[in-house]
Design a protein around this ligand. Structure first.
Ligand code: GAR
Length: 200
């Protein structure tokens, strides 16, 4: 049983999708050991509490980054977390955090990386005029939105799309992609070759 530690900052729909997949048995061999938010008003924290999962708030506002990350690392370790799952966690991790969980931190990003890293990515994708958009689940390394890609899912961009409608369609794919990516990682059947995440 791989113990997951979910970090989030907001509504927590990706966290909910992962929890649901575990509950339904479509995502097996793992359990959510703890959910940690960096802000008290994160809706995802409330959802975790309602589900009866261990849920902690470690407030980041006004706290030096290294100090906050150290507190989060300590909490994750105390719950025996083996795989860290960033689910709308709007913070860049310090190198110390990444070193504490080598090749064991996943993130989901609402674009087809390496295109459109950063924020407001659906707006950027529409302005650029791409015809396909999507989401990426990737390992976290020291560069933002850069680590080895586990999997991606695509959506077609429609003429009538606004950033909000595109984001909503991408989110549907995110909810499929994250459980599937976690399953891939914990299966032990994949390996990193160069930048490629492929079947061992
Ligand atoms: C998701 O769309 C996720 O891809 C994005 O934040 C949203 C969180 O939604 N993450 C990033 O932009 C990270 N760079 P959720 O709280 O409902 O899961």
């Amino acid at each position: 049983m791989t113990r997951l530690g979910v970090l989030l900052s907001g509504r927590g729909s990706n966290f909910s999708a992962i929890a649901q997949a575990i509950k339904e048995g479509t995502l097996r061999d793992c359990e959510i050991a703890v959910v940690i938010a960096n802000r008290e008003d994160a809706v995802g924290l409330e959802i975790a509490r309602e589900m009866g999962l261990p849920a902690r708030c470690i407030v980041s506002k006004g706290v030096p980054r290294a100090e906050h990350d150290a507190a989060v690392i300590a909490a994750l370790k105390s719950f025996g977390v083996e795989l860290v799952v960033l689910a709308g966690y709007m913070r860049v991790l310090t190198p110390a955090f990444i070193a504490a969980f080598p090749q064991a931190i996943l993130n989901i990003h609402p674009s087809l990386l390496p295109s459109f890293a950063g924020l407001d990515v659906q707006k950027a994708a529409l302005e650029y005029g791409v015809k396909f958009a999507g989401c990426t689940v990737h390992f976290v390394d020291e560069a933002v939105d850069h680590g080895v890609i586990v999997l991606q899912r695509t959506v077609e961009v429609l003429d009538a799309d606004t950033p909000a409608t595109l984001a909503a369609r991408i989110l549907v794919e995110e909810h499929q992609a994250y459980p599937e990516a976690i399953a891939r990682v914990i299966s032990g059947q994949y390996t990193v070759v160069g930048r490629r995440y492929i079947r061992a």
